[in-house]
Design a protein around this ligand. Structure first.
Ligand SMILES: [Fe+2]
Length: 263
């Protein structure tokens, strides 16, 4: 594999194709079920192709990344005037490839290797639509992240109350490609008001789908001893807004007919 396939569907296993076609009752529309805002899917991307994707990312994007960093503000401790009144804003440290601006080095590199086309392909959004069970807008956001040793995202909920199109919730889909020297990294999320749930994101070709907002965080990536140099987790990320309640035919990505939609 010298470039990414033009359609995301070409990476899928038979199980992945069943999900795309609405024929997997366990995964299709799973995020419509009450209390189900997160799902981690495995065995969906072909294992060999997933390794090839990772190698392409390592080769094409590694030198184009920009650091994204929001540290813990010291005032969050030293500005406190009341016991137990601490508030933590969203903290993060990760490297990112912004794929929205055509002028960026990352975009040019991603375009050259076919990544932009694949993440813009119909089947990429159709997969998110099938798992989330919702009709999604045709214009979606794409991004690539790279977690190195110690990179993490602190607790946050991704709520966007100021955006008319997102205040009611939206869908994120992440494809993960970890290198062999990653020891572990976890996605911790809240259910029933507590951070009680935890899934490993140290996968090659794992897919996680989110119905945001809800509270979650990503633990620091830990490398196997002595292998920090080569420990990275690549994340390909699609952000999808719900289609408007009423939309013209063809203007939205619709889940397969077999997947129930909210009335
Ligand atoms: Fe998030």
């Amino acid at each position: 594999m010298k470039t990414f396939p033009t359609e995301f569907a070409e990476l899928l296993t038979p199980k992945g194709r069943r999900i795309l076609e609405g024929k997997d009752p366990e995964a299709c529309g799973v995020l419509l079920r009450p209390g189900h805002r997160f799902v981690a899917l495995s065995g969906v991307l072909d294992a060999r192709k997933a390794v090839a994707c990772r190698e392409l990312l390592e080769k094409a994007l590694r030198d184009t990344l920009t650091q994204m960093e929001d540290a813990i503000p010291p005032e969050s401790i030293w500005g406190m005037t009341e016991n137990y009144a601490e508030l933590l804003p969203k903290t993060v440290r990760v490297r990112t490839a912004l794929l929205e601006s055509r002028r960026s080095r990352s975009w040019k590199a991603a375009e050259a290797v076919g990544l932009v086309a694949m993440m813009r392909s119909e089947s990429f959004a159709a997969f998110a639509s099938s798992v989330s069970g919702r009709a999604l807008r045709r214009k979606w956001g794409i991004q690539a992240l790279c977690y190195g040793p110690g990179d993490y995202t602190g607790p946050h909920n991704d709520h966007h109350p100021e955006d008319a199109e997102a205040f009611d919730g939206y869908v994120d889909m992440h494809l993960t490609f970890a290198t062999p020297t990653v020891a572990h990294q976890w996605l911790v999320y809240a259910k029933g008001g507590h951070f009680s749930e935890m899934r490993s994101v140290n996968t090659v070709g794992g897919i996680t789908v989110y119905r945001l907002p809800f509270w979650h965080y990503t633990t620091p990536l830990m490398a196997k001893p002595g292998a920090e140099e080569d420990a990275r987790r690549w994340v390909l990320l699609g952000t999808f807004l719900d289609a408007p309640r009423e939309y013209r035919r063809g203007t939205a990505i619709e889940p397969p007919p077999s997947v129930a939609r909210p009335g």
